[in-house]
Design a protein around this ligand. Structure first.
Ligand code: FES
Length: 157
C-alpha cells in the first residue's frame, strides 16, 4: 500500500511514529541518533529544518552522525567521515563530481547517483520530534548496513 500525503488517502497512523527526542534538545545538540524499529537513524537539525537518515553510510557503513554538513550546489549534504561520500540530507542522494569529456574544457560538476541512503520522515508535534517507521516495500543501498548494525553494535564506530 502506498501512503500518499494527498487528501483522502491513508497516512501513517500517529501511533506508528517513534519519539526520538524533544524539539528543543535536538535544536541545541543539532544531531542525535535513535532507534527506529530497531535500526539506527540519525536526526539532524540544520538551518531550521529536521532531517532523518539511516545512520550508517550506504558505502561501507560509516557513522554519518560524525560527519560534517556542507552546502553543495544549494543542497545541505552530510559528508561521511570514512571516505568522504556526499549524501544530500533531504533526499538521501549520493553526489559525485563528474566531468563531461565532450565539453571543450571539462570541469567537474556535482551529479547524482540517485537515492542511496534511506531517509525518514520527521514530524514535530507538541515540542516532540518523531520519526516514521521505514517503508520496507522499497529498498535502498543503506539498508544492508542498517540491517547489519540492527539491535547491536549500538553506536559503535
Ligand atoms: Fe561512508 Fe565509505 S563508508 S564513504
Amino acid at each position: 500500500v502506498l501512503h500518499s500525503p494527498s487528501k483522502g488517502t491513508v497516512e501513517t497512523e500517529p501511533d506508528d511514529l517513534v519519539l526520538v527526542g524533544k524539539e528543543d534538545d535536538i535544536k541545541k545538540s543539532q544531531r542525535i541518533t535513535a532507534k527506529v524499529n530497531g535500526r539506527e537513524v540519525v536526526v539532524f537539525y540544520h538551518e531550521g529544518r529536521f532531517y532523518a537518515l539511516d545512520s550508517r553510510c550506504y558505502h561501507e557503513g560509516g557513522p554519518l552522525r560524525l560527519g560534517e554538513i556542507e552546502d553543495i550546489d544549494g543542497q545541505a549534504c552530510i559528508i561521511c567521515p570514512w571516505h568522504k561520500y556526499t549524501i544530500t540530507l533531504e533526499t538521501g542522494e549520493g553526489l559525485y563530481q563528474g566531468i563531461n569529456p565532450l565539453e571543450p574544457s571539462p570541469t567537474p560538476r556535482w551529479q547524482s547517483k540517485g537515492v542511496k541512503q534511506r531517509i525518514h520522515k520527521v514530524t514535530v508535534k507538541n515540542k516532540n520530534v518523531y520519526v516514521s517507521p521505514p517503508d520496507m516495500s522499497v529498498s535502498f543501498d543503506s539498508d544492508y548496513f542498517a540491517e547489519k548494525y540492527k539491535n547491536g553494535g549500538d553506536l559503535a564506530m
